[in-house]
Design a protein around this ligand. Structure first.
Ligand SMILES: Cc1ncc(COP(=O)(O)O)c(C=O)c1O
Length: 419
């Protein structure tokens, strides 16, 4: 017996994953980007239009954002050097946190290495008392939308609650949510409700106004109330007239907002925006903040510049262009004879094909035609709802989208998927 046996078992598991056609590790490697305003990805010497990126505003190639990062790297170096509470706190981190808090109309924000780390931090720290002499109530239930992101699921796992204290409500169903909350009354010190804002598979969103009104009704029924955590990684800097995401679209606020800097803001890292006492507490309690580096100061500077642009007249114009691109795409796509898997007003547009094979052939056909796309398959979406997830950006022109639709139509026609 030896670890060689274990390695052989892993190799067999990899072969099983590959045979099921769900492997993820054979990524295209992007060598560079072209110099166009909406840059194309260069892979093995050929350029590809990008329709599968979360960079909804086009900030990662914005000259001002790149310049801010270069300047900060020159002044501050490439990495944080230590975790925040040792010597890894830079003025740029605080400036960014203040800008994010003000953008989200919260009292403060805390930046972490990723939104994944932010979800782990929030769910772990706010669900249980952390130390023997902590004053937080011990009896907590977490109520989670059944299709929440993996980082929320893992956050709930590490919160280490008993099975009966982890409740699931039906996807986007306020009636089911209320049933779960009602069944928790009298049993817990506090309830935590957690949901994605925008759900990334279909571009649909939780009705936060309905959720908020239920939570407000039950807040007084628990000694420590009901807390709403919203992970709006796909909503922020993509959705809403000023880019504040699902909160803005629904006209309702979360108590704790999780965002990423690695999608709409075009940089990297994650954050939690909340009231002062919650953010102060997270700096004391969140393991992924205390024991893990934050983002590099250059990345913080890039993200800060992206927030500043988003909140300026230029940002408002970019968001208006993104909305116009979404409308144009939907109109042209439906005209071309395709079906959408959901009516999304978000830059995520899910085109229904129904089988994994069709989506795989479409992605390959479009790659051959010079476009990068992603297929979303069962079990991430229900069987028979396999889709191509098209992601739009403010950097695209209507000509870019027109070219995409023409190629999409030609590819689907040649594969026999369109009459
Ligand atoms: C809803 C949601 N939450 C969290 C994350 C994690 O974001 P990050 O890449 O910043 O860790 C993602 C990214 O896939 C996401 O879609």
């Amino acid at each position: 017996m030896s670890k060689q046996n274990f390695y052989r078992t892993i190799a067999a598991e990899l072969a099983r994953i590959d045979a099921s056609k769900t492997s993820k590790r054979f990524e295209h490697l992007i060598d560079s980007f072209t110099a166009e305003k909406n840059p194309k990805a260069v892979i093995n010497g050929r350029s590809y239009a990008v329709f599968n990126s979360n960079d909804y505003m086009g900030f990662r190639h914005h000259p001002g954002v790149k310049e801010a990062e270069h300047e900060a790297v020159e002044k501050l170096g490439t990495g944080p050097g230590a975790v925040r509470f040792i010597s890894g706190s830079f003025a740029k981190h605080r400036e960014l946190e203040k800008a994010l808090a003000s953008f989200h109309r919260k009292e403060d924000a805390i930046v972490l290495s990723s939104a994944f780390a932010a979800n782990l931090a929030a769910l772990f720290s706010l669900s249980r008392k952390q130390a023997k002499d902590s004053l937080l109530g011990m009896n907590v239930c977490i109520i989670s939308d059944e299709l929440n992101h993996r980082s929320i699921i893992d956050g709930i796992r590490i919160a280490n609650l008993a099975k009966e204290d982890k409740r699931i409500f039906k996807h986007l169903d306020p009636v089911s949510l209320e049933q779960e909350i009602r069944s928790c009354v009298g049993k817990y010190d506090r309830a935590i409700v957690v949901t994605d804002g925008v759900f990334s598979m279909l571009g649909v969103f939780q009705d936060l106004r309905a959720v908020r009104s239920i939570l407000d009704r039950y807040d007084g029924e628990f000694p420590e109330g009901v807390l709403l955590i919203v992970d709006d990684c796909h909503g922020v800097a993509a959705f809403g007239k000023s880019g504040r995401g699902t909160e803005e679209v629904c006209g309702a606020a979360s108590d704790v907002l999780i965002g990423t800097l690695g999608k709409g803001f075009g940089a990297d890292g994650g954050y939690i925006a909340a009231n002062q006492v919650v953010v102060d507490y997270l700096r004391e309690a969140a393991a992924t903040y205390i024991y893990s580096n934050s983002i590099a100061p250059g990345t913080a500077a890039a993200a800060l510049e992206a927030v500043n642009i988003l909140t300026s007249a230029e940002g408002t114009e970019m968001l208006a262009k993104l909305r116009a691109n979404i409308e144009f795409f939907k109109t042209e796509l439906l005209k071309a004879g395709f079906e959408l898997a959901a009516d999304s007003s978000h830059p995520i547009q899910p085109v229904l094909f129904g089988t994994a094979e069709k989506t795989k052939n479409m992605v390959q056909g479009m790659f051959d035609a010079g476009f990068l796309l992603s297929a979303i398959n069962y079990p991430v979406v229900p069987r028979g709802r396999d889709e191509i997830r098209v992601q739009l950006s403010a950097a695209q022109t209507q000509a870019d989208i027109g070219e995409f639709i023409a190629a999409f139509r030609k590819t689907a026609f040649e594969l026999g998927y369109l009459a």
